[in-house]
Design a binder for this molecule. Structure first.
Ligand code: A1D88
Length: 261
């Protein structure tokens, strides 16, 4: 595993730390590759019940690595092929998050901008420290961040997403919560424990049910209303056939804790 991304597993929770603090955890080629490789591992991992994604140092993530991008112009075509490939790889990594079988929680502090803000929007939930600044400031240097608009326009009301993308201005954590970009805002010294609490709460649920539910959540969003009801009805019927779900319901009726295998 690359040291650019540190994975630490404990008690069914996997914590991933973006680890290039000198560049505010900018998403370099190697950082994207490390994320992809770790996500591929998690796709097949039955033991992990929740993932926490955070940044080392003073920021969550300041977007794509601008220095590496600029160096990418050195090829014969001026970087055209490299840039096409880079943004495609970035989109691929972001899309893997909703496809991971377990919930992914962004633990955000300092700065989350551009592709860093996209990363937050791509996660299933987010907890932010007071004082965190969120934005998509690429437009300030002439780069309209188009790929982040995919997750942003699906998480934040349309006009507010458009404002973030076109003004390049930062919003604070409480505004990010109002916009729906984060779930909870906590004091900086409580960030670790509050995020951990949320991860543990999710990890304590019946894992097979949460996995079915996460998949259904993202599938149904893309469907027309009638198809979504039909599909989620089938998903619930499948969920009901799980012996652990049968045990959970029986435990409720008998006023005891479920004994899940
Ligand atoms: C589709 C998506 C596209 C993209 O994501 S394109 C990338 C868009 N991202 C940006 O435009 C953000 C660029 N960074 C900034 O604007 C500022 O940073 C911040 C506002 C985020 C923070 O400012 P401050 O707290 O003053 O920190 P600092 O001194 O600017 O940065 C500390 C070190 O981190 C490096 N760094 C920051 N962001 C990036 C980046 N995105 N790519 C590469 N390096 C970055 C700096 O250069 C510097 O480094 P050194 O200490 O050696 O001078």
């Amino acid at each position: 595993m690359s040291e650019l991304l540190i994975r630490e597993d404990a008690a069914s929770i996997s914590t991933l730390t973006l680890n290039n603090p000198g560049a505010l955890n900018a998403l370099s080629d190697d950082m994207l590759a490390a994320l992809k490789s770790t996500f591929l591992d998690l796709m097949e991992d039955d033991t992990v019940k929740a993932v926490v994604l955070k940044g080392a140092g003073k920021a969550f993530c300041a977007g794509h690595d601008l220095k590496e991008m600029q160096a990418g112009r050195q090829s014969e075509d001026g970087g055209s092929a490299y840039f096409g490939d880079l943004f495609s790889r970035c989109g691929e990594v972001m899309q893997m998050i909703p496809h991971l079988p377990m919930p992914v929680i962004a633990q955000v502090h300092g700065i989350a901008t551009a592709a860093g803000c996209q990363l937050v929007a791509s996660c299933d939930m987010a907890v932010a420290a007071e004082g965190t600044r969120f934005g998509v400031n690429g437009v300030n240097i002439g780069l309209f961040c188009s790929t982040p608009m995919v997750a942003l326009s699906r998480n934040v009301p349309r006009k507010q997403a458009f404002e973030l993308l076109t003004t390049g201005e930062f919003v604070d954590a409480s505004r990010a919560r109002e916009l729906g970009l984060v779930n909870r805002v906590v004091a900086p010294d409580a960030l670790n424990t509050e995020t951990r609490d949320l991860a543990e709460t999710v990890a304590a649920k019946l894992s097979s049910a949460v996995r079915i539910g996460k998949r259904a959540f993202y599938e149904q969003i893309q469907m027309p209303l009638d198809a979504a009801y039909e599909y989620t009805g089938q998903v619930m019927a499948t969920n009901m056939m799980d012996t652990n779900t049968a045990e959970g319901i029986q435990a409720f009726i008998e006023k005891r804790k479920p004994d899940w295998s």
